[in-house]
Design a binder for this molecule. Structure first.
Ligand SMILES: C[S@@+](CC[C@H](N)C(=O)[O-])C[C@H]1O[C@@H](n2cnc3c(N)ncnc32)[C@H](O)[C@@H]1O
Length: 264
């Protein structure tokens, strides 16, 4: 571990003054420039920051979402058309369109309105999805979405960011129709490499949440298992993505992940 820490310090050492100055600037902007500075910044850097993550994970994600096409809608009108009503929380720029079955009707609940433009740009490439609504709001409070009204809920890399995982799970369960499914894919607290966990803790308790609105050390898998939120079954597995290379890749994108399907 000491050896890894030395490596880490050696790698980030020259950047520390820049990081520190950037953080101070962001804090000042947050304080005096209003609460929209972080969301604007995040929406701008998200695509470059994620780099190749979505490309590397594409096949694995496709496999995870595959069973969605066999799901039968609880709504008789949609059922006749072979369509599903899907709600995605925190879609960001919209990386998941390609995994949704044709004719799906999609509503999204996204807290950051600055993603909307990128999201609708991407939607144009996926005409097989019918866009219902882009709701700017919190997954923990989806008051505009009626009880038992959705066939499928999806989140990818969102539970690390919500203010309350338990609150989001409760809402997801409420809006799902009986038999409805919640598909999730999340990065979680590192379970194997202690030095990665150390970096995750250090980043989470200092700047990471402030800058990227994300807790790297969150145990979303354990919260789901413990909380259950009324789901009749939860089928989840820990895994690592095939993403390789670079400090950031190791600490976030190749770190412990969980994917699962919870059934109401
Ligand atoms: C790390 S990004 C993931 C984006 C996308 N799902 C993906 O897989 O690339 C987290 C997203 O969740 C959104 N988010 C954070 N907290 C949220 C909340 N409480 N309710 C809804 N969306 C939220 C963020 O604005 C951001 O778009």
């Amino acid at each position: 571990m000491l050896e890894h820490l030395q490596e880490i310090l050696h790698a980030i050492g020259p950047w520390l003054p820049h990081i520190f100055a950037g953080l101070i600037l962001l804090l000042i902007l947050q304080k005096y420039g209003g609460s929209h500075i972080q969301p604007i910044f995040f929406a701008k850097v998200y695509n470059p920051f994620l780099g190749t993550y979505h490309v590397t994970c594409q096949a694995l994600k496709r496999q995870h979402f595959l069973s969605m096409k066999d799901h039968v809608s609880a709504d008789p009108v949609l059922r006749k058309r072979g369509a599903l009503r899907i709600l995605e929380i925190g879609p960001g720029p919209g990386y998941n369109f390609e995994f949704y079955p044709p004719n799906s009707e999609l509503t999204v609940v996204e807290v950051n309105p600055y993603f909307e433009e990128q999201f609708f740009r991407k939607q144009k490439d996926h005409p097989h999805i019918k866009m219902e609504r882009f709701v700017v709001g919190f997954a923990e409070n989806m008051k505009d979405v009626p009880d038992n009204s959705v066939d499928i809920v999806v989140s990818t890399m969102v539970l690390c960011s919500v203010r309350s995982v338990e609150g989001a799970l409760k809402e997801i369960h409420r809006i799902l129709a009986p038999g409805g499914k919640y598909y999730y894919w999340e990065h979680i607290r590192e379970a194997e490499y202690m030095w990665v966990l150390f970096v995750q803790h250090l980043a989470s308790y200092t700047f990471y949440d402030l800058v990227f609105g994300c807790q790297l050390n969150r145990k979303s898998d354990e919260i789901i298992k413990r909380n259950k939120a009324g789901f009749s079954s939860i089928d989840q597995q820990r895994f690592r993505t095939p993403q390789k290379g670079g400090f950031q890749a190791i600490c976030i994108f190749h770190s412990s992940h969980v994917k699962g399907i919870a059934t109401k």
